[in-house]
Design a protein around this ligand. Structure first.
Ligand code: RIB
Length: 320
């Protein structure tokens, strides 16, 4: 394997938000309806749009006021270059994004319907090369950060290492368990200050049927009882089901006309991370994340849809 590994002692300024995770190029097609199994549908065009849950969250945190660094892997190819250049233009420190010749940059095939709903299939590619050793090598960046954010598009041993290192260092640790395939190991939940699944993921993590705000609160309470200190089940237009040690709340979402929900959850997570890094209380950080996500669904694509802080106006001021 030929890899250009970043230096552990890079001279970049300290980041408050460290995102550990995936970078993908999204291959996006828009169709009136999502195809059923066995059905062929026509689309007018194929677009390539920067994405990946980790990179989307990094862009969101940066546009919404955070000083952000990204730790992840891309291939030594045009998509990898485009993704790193794009993050740099957002002010994200990419010195911990390593470039590998042995795998292509991660890809996501995204189909978006006129309703705004999507389906996504990912090919992990270089994202699967992230290792615990790469995480440990960046201990100094973990020490400097206030908030650590992980998702599940990276290998489980690397995610576990990042969660535990963040927790050991007393950082605010956020896990967006996406995509989820089943329950999480208990030590992972114990490392999480914030656990943020959507309703599908909450069902997979708990074996609860999550089909209403009340059932989302039940799933959140279950995950809280397993060790995660703040659990937020994102419910799209129905808001956020939030459970902590003393409260069980449904926080309604701002009204938005959705054209594409891709990266809405990532926008929520990145905004929340930026707000927490600034010292916002959980409720204010949730409101900030909801305001940002509500804007993102009104626009097409993953990273292009993410708003800047100046666009959130009075809502942003209230959230802080
Ligand atoms: O959450 C949306 C993202 O999921 C897309 O950008 C795609 O790359 C997949 O990772």
């Amino acid at each position: 394997m030929v890899a250009k590994h970043p230096s552990a002692s890079s001279a970049h300024p300290a980041a408050d938000v460290l995102i550990v995770g995936s970078l993908n190029m999204d291959l996006v097609i828009r169709t009136p309806r999502l195809p059923r199994p066995g059905q062929t549908v026509a689309a007018p065009a194929l677009e390539t749009i920067p994405g990946g849950k980790g990179a989307n969250q990094a862009v969101a945190a940066a546009r919404l006021g955070g000083r952000v660094a990204m730790l992840g892997c891309v291939g030594d190819d045009a998509y990898g270059t485009a993704l790193r250049d794009g993050l740099r233009r957002e002010g994200v420190d990419t010195s911990m994004v390593s470039v590998h010749a042995s795998e292509a940059t991660g890809i996501a095939c995204v189909t978006v319907a006129d309703s705004g709903q999507n389906t996504i299939v990912i090919v992990a590619g270089a994202n699967q090369l992230l290792t615990p050793a790469m995480i440990e090598a960046q201990r100094a960046a973990f020490e400097r950060a206030r908030v650590i954010v992980c998702q599940l598009e990276s290998p489980p041993d690397a995610v576990e290492c990042a969660l535990k290192l963040g927790a050991r260092l007393g950082k605010t640790v956020i896990l967006n368990p996406a995509p989820a395939i089943g329950p999480l190991p208990t030590p992972w939940l114990a490392a999480c200050d914030y656990l943020i699944p959507n309703e599908t993921e909450a069902a997979l993590l708990t074996a609860h049927a999550v089909d209403s705000p009340e059932s989302a609160l039940d799933a959140a309470a279950d995950l809280h009882a397993q060790g995660a200190r703040h659990v937020m089940v994102t419910l799209g237009a129905h808001g956020v089901a939030y459970v902590d040690a003393t409260r069980r709340l449904l926080m309604p979402a701002p009204i938005a006309q959705a054209v594409d929900t891709t990266a809405a959850g990532d926008t929520f997570v990145g905004a929340l991370a930026a707000a927490l890094a600034e010292g916002a209380a959980p409720d204010a950080a949730i409101a900030f994340g909801q305001a940002a996500a509500a804007v993102s669904v009104t626009r097409l694509g993953a990273q292009p849809s993410i708003p800047f802080r100046s666009e959130l106006g009075v809502l942003a001021a209230h959230a802080h």
